[in-house]
Design a protein around this ligand. Structure first.
Ligand code: DGL
Length: 275
């Protein structure tokens, strides 16, 4: 019988945030092999200038696509997607699925018309994000907060350090002290790192606030592309996952247990220096 390898996806982020997207992809598409790539050499993305970030994403994706030969690429990073998707789609042959803030579903479900938007400073400032708000949530009060510290805490969380409630309360206080914050019924987690702290964030904002992210929608979009490519059906071979990092170091080693929970036991360094 001829070999029938599973489709391969490249799921890419600056750090571990894209694992929140990978979880949704694995639930919907368990037959796919996933190369999970973290550009840890250039982490974080959320504070980089737009010019620097577009050039970096272009460079890293060339290297990662050449290395893993994916059928579909997922840019599992709001900071990169809200900026670089047109550039990426023009420069690569593979279908590209991007992750952008879930403003539309949030506006759809909010009854109070007061929505929180938690993202990186980069994503909050993008014209793409402002346009989404204008297009889908013009009648809502959107309370935005950009936080790189929360990204750092999510990274530490996957390495075994859970942030305290007080730490998170402090971080979210600029949002929660907004005069209309008591009416907020929906909070958009517009950085892929943040669903990794979903339980903890829920404890801070309270059970009545719905936390929304883009993971399921992204998994469905990947499924669409696999159908288009004729690769939706199960393969005869089992999926094999791997993690790729653009720099080596002890921070990578400490992720071993978290990666194993996603079925990733093969960890490789594809060096792409940040210069
Ligand atoms: N996980 C990324 C995002 O969705 C970026 C985090 C960072 O590197 O700042 O925005």
């Amino acid at each position: 019988m001829p070999a029938d390898p599973p489709p391969r996806l490249l799921v890419f982020d600056s750090g571990v945030g894209g694992l929140s997207i990978m979880a949704d992809i694995q639930r919907l598409l368990p037959h796919c092999s996933v190369s999970y790539a973290s550009d840890n050499a250039a982490f974080p993305y959320g504070t980089k200038s737009e010019e620097v970030l577009v050039a970096r994403v272009d460079r890293v994706l060339h290297r990662l696509i050449e290395h893993s030969r994916p059928d579909v690429v997922v840019v599992a990073c709001n900071s990169a997607s809200t900026l670089a998707l047109p550039h990426i789609r023009a420069h690569f042959r593979e279908p590209i699925v991007g992750v952008v803030p879930a403003i539309k579903p949030a506006a759809h479900q909010s009854r109070s018309r007061v929505i929180g938007l938690l993202a990186t400073p980069g994503t909050v400032a993008r014209s793409y994000t402002r346009d989404l708000i204008q297009q889908f949530a013009a009648d809502c009060t959107v309370i935005s907060l950009g936080s790189s510290e929360l990204v750092r805490l999510a990274e530490a969380h996957l390495r075994g350090q859970t942030p305290s409630l007080a730490q998170l309360q402090d971080l979210l206080s600029p949002m929660l002290s907004h005069p209309r914050a008591p009416e907020m019924d929906t909070l958009v987690l517009a950085c892929t790192h943040f669903p990794l702290l979903k339980q903890e964030l829920q404890a801070v904002v309270g059970p009545e606030v719905a936390l929304i992210d883009s993971g399921e929608a992204i998994a469905r979009r990947v499924a669409y592309w696999l159908t288009e490519l004729g690769r939706r059906k199960s393969a005869s071979e089992s999926p094999v996952h791997q993690a790729l990092f653009t720099a080596d170091g002890p921070e990578v080693e400490r992720l071993g247990p978290a990666l194993a929970e996603f079925g990733i036991n093969d960890i490789q360094v594809v060096a792409v220096p940040n210069n």
